[in-house]
Design a protein around this ligand. Sequence first.
Ligand code: DUC
Ligand code: ZN
Ligand code: ZN
Length: 466
Amino acid sequence: MSRTVIRGGLVITAAEEVRADVLIEGEQVVALATTGSTVADGWTAETVIDATGHYVIPGGVDAHTHMEMPFGGTTAADTFETGTRAAAWGGTTTIVDFAIQSVGSSLRAGLDAWHAKAEGNCAVDYGFHMILSDVTESSLKEMDALVGEGVTSFKMFMAYPGVFYSDDGRILRAMQRGAANGGLIMMHAENGIAIDVLVEQALAAGRTDPRYHGEVRRELLEAEATHRAIKLAQVAGAPLYVVHVSAASAVAELATARRQGLPVFGETCPQYLFLSTDNLAEPGFEGAKYVCSTPLRPREHQAELWKGLRTGDLQVVSTDHCPFCFSGQKELGLGDFSRIPNGLPGVENRMDLLHQAVLDGHITRRRWIDIACATPARMFGLHPRKGTIAPGADADIVVYDPAATQTLSAATHHMNVDYSAYEGKQITGRARTVLSRGTVVVDAGTWLGRAGHGRYQPRATCQYLG
Ligand code: DUC
Ligand code: ZN
Ligand code: ZN
């Protein structure tokens, strides 16, 4: 079995920071030893990676992506091949994407279709959640089978009537089933029925620009739906994970529930931490680049999101990576903001933006690894293989240069999309060497990976009780 040693770096996990050498055999970490100790000095290996002056961190776990998702009359522009390659460039070595159940169809058909898209195409490891769009007796039964085969989380929508929307009764039934079979309900918490009324009224009044997307998707309607989802979960006796939390008042709902001891968890995304309604209001049609749901909020919300990440009321930062090109895709909504496909690119940028947040004083280094690697791995049943560097874990490791500088740009990113939501943003920090299960896939600006290296990861049920 081939042996690799990563020498001389600062190993950072969610739990600790230690100057250690990391020994890898084949696809797994087998040992860590203090740098300069006789044990580490005695290690021999075919490959020695010098990490002096670098961090050695677990590969990122992005628990919320939508590769080639059909949505809004078009399809998200990254395929599993291009999207997982971009993920690796940015130091993310596992994604959990969303397979979709179509209305009137089975979970099995949706899952099979997503396996077919991903298999043989991914550069890094991947798992699936299931979008539950049609709660029936048979789809509830199918949930049990999916949990058994490693699809242990189910996204439901309180938004998008006529597409993915489920009413409260369906949500309650799915939560009850999840409480029994271990499946975690992930909620898109926005009151879509009320939002659709406001959309219709805005358009009738001639308010068609992208910024109205943010105005009609009112903060109150995110907070209300978050509150309702929490209560439904409480009635069902189920844990709840709220995806892409963007509103300060939604964070407050989660915090209140958590103070009551309820097992509710929240995820936010880099776009809500770094962007705002100012971007949605950019002149011309530029604001369309920032249309996603939940929407960007006024910049005052950012402080509450950072606070939530520090206090633990929010546990995870995922991307909701769902890229649509400005040209030809976002443009579908020219003259009608409700036709702009919802979604932002970001899978490549998350680890770097969060490192910048460390430098900016929002979070500590260990919290960076916690929210981006360790907790998503535990939340979605990937621990102990993913999210940490420890004997027995997969050797998904990033040698991260904390002093490298870069400017985010569509001209240099690897996502298959013609704009960057962070165009021109200066970042300090960059992945130098990226290993996926012991194989170097990125090194010093060179792509060494291949489509098909990434392997499907069946997942255990939620392992997070924090
Ligand atoms: N929100 C988005 O912005 N895109 C994909 C789906 C979603 O809920
Ligand atoms: Zn959503
Ligand atoms: Zn999403």
